[in-house]
Design a protein around this ligand. Structure first.
Ligand code: FE
Length: 173
């Protein structure tokens, strides 16, 4: 007879433990969701990207290439509007944050919002740089450097081939 309350306690203890683990897993899942809010990632095969992009866009966006400075279509553009990913149309930058850096590539002091670009360390060519990518399709955009204007102090150095300009009217969809 003494045994049953003890067993009950054990069962309750185990149940409480399981519930705690389940709650932790749930909060982990929610935290993950917050980190990657993009439910609509664009995933394509290499062959599909090749078909959908110009050879230059493919080389830069998918193979992390770089266009020659002062050759792209946007390095000296001052029009008001939005810059979206040339591969998937995701909104990346706005013209208000574009500035003349003199480097020959379109330069922005910040992305359109805090989730507008993804980044990762790039140690290629013996350099230590931060690569910036489209968070939706993973396309290579360029790099971010810490020599930009105040207040961010950042320079998002972006390939013209990776972005597409939309005037203010056409971006209001
Ligand atoms: Fe994209």
């Amino acid at each position: 007879m003494k045994k049953s309350p003890w067993v009950l306690t054990l069962v309750l203890f185990l149940a409480a433990g399981l519930l705690t683990v389940a709650a932790k897993e749930k909060s982990k899942k929610n935290a993950k969701k917050k980190e990657t809010p993009m439910e609509d990632k664009v995933v394509k095969t290499d062959a599909e990207w090749k078909k959908n992009l110009t050879p230059e866009q493919y080389e830069i966006l998918r193979k992390k290439g770089t266009e020659k400075p002062f050759t792209g279509k946007y390095w000296k553009s001052h029009e008001k509007g939005t810059y979206v990913c040339a591969a998937c149309g995701f909104k990346l930058f706005v013209s208000d944050d574009k500035f003349d850096s003199g480097c020959g590539w379109p330069s922005f002091s910040k992305p359109a919002n805090d989730k507008a670009v993804a980044s990762q360390v790039d140690s290629s060519f013996g350099m230590n740089r931060t690569e910036v990518m489209c968070p939706r399709c993973g396309g290579h955009l360029g790099h971010v450097f810490e020599d930009g204007p105040k207040p961010t102090g950042l320079r998002y150095c972006i390939n013209s081939a990776s972005i597409e300009f939309k005037t203010e009217d056409s971006s209001k969809k």
